[in-house]
Design a protein around this ligand. Structure first.
Ligand SMILES: [Mg+2]
Length: 259
């Protein structure tokens, strides 16, 4: 067994296993929509729910995760999406309390932009965000920029530039660290393990470390584009999602042997 996981095994069932999705239990792919969980990982995680609490914290919308991992939700796995802005509770996607009041504002802007946008502009609702794309209508770029600027002024939403797009989001600054704090404060686990691959995962590691009375283990699932800061912060550096899978399989065996 990986020694840093000893407290997790010792504290089961009051232990928490938290995972990122992309690059952690799925290989990085060119097109984000093509990402799939590596083979067998859903079965291993399902088995692990018999021994401890399992949670995902991802930048993806919860809806996206549910579409790919729904058997896990049925086994009580927690799904936190959009870097902590939404969470699955009893089968319902619930916005974070700080973000919830902005849902109506986003819906209103959505209705408005559909009514007035020039032809070819693509409007993409993203739960608590709204992306407006000019990729298929380059001549509409100025119109989109001025629509977004006006919406920002009128609503207090924040504009984020994207690739051939502008995105409007609530002025709520949540990251994976907030999501980790929420899980730990809600469940009071005796030990926590986290698996992640990216810079956006670092706040989750730091949040876990701040709970000094709770033993923690950080696994960095490395890739050639991965950040050195994650390697520095982690207890264990793994060589990609297949190695993460191997650690999860070993953890399952340890927990099963312990009974
Ligand atoms: Mg990732």
């Amino acid at each position: 067994m990986s020694a840093p996981l000893a407290p997790v095994v010792a504290n089961a069932p009051n232990a928490l296993l938290v995972l990122d999705f992309d690059g952690t239990i799925s290989h990085i792919v060119d097109h984000p929509d093509d990402a799939v969980a590596i083979e067998g990982v859903i079965d291993v995680l399902t088995d692990l729910t018999s021994y401890l609490r399992v949670a995902f914290i991802t930048g993806r919308p919860v809806e996206w995760l549910v579409a790919r991992m729904s058997p896990l939700a049925e086994h009580g796995v927690e799904f936190i999406g959009l870097h902590g802005h939404e969470r699955l509770r009893d089968g319902v996607i619930v916005p974070h309390r700080d973000a919830a009041p902005w849902r109506d504002v986003i819906d209103e802007v959505h209705t408005n932009v559909i009514a007035v946008a020039p032809e070819g502009v693509i409007v993409e609702p993203k739960g608590l965000g709204l992306a407006i794309h000019w990729r298929t209508a380059p001549e509409a770029q100025d119109w989109i920029r001025s629509f977004v600027a006006q919406s920002v002024a009128e609503t207090g939403l924040v504009a984020h530039p994207g690739r051939f797009a502008m995105e409007l989001r609530p002025p709520v600054d949540l990251d994976k660290g907030h999501a980790m704090d929420e899980l730990i404060e809600e469940h009071h686990p005796g030990a926590v393990a986290f698996f992640g691959d990216d810079l956006v995962d670092l706040p989750a590691v730091f949040a876990m470390r701040r709970h000094r009375d709770t033993p923690s283990a950080a696994f960095y699932v490395a890739s050639h584009e991965g950040p050195q800061q994650m390697a520095d912060a982690a207890d264990v550096v793994l060589n990609g999602p297949d190695d993460a899978m191997a650690v999860l399989v070993a953890l399952r065996a340890d927990l099963a042997a312990r009974g």
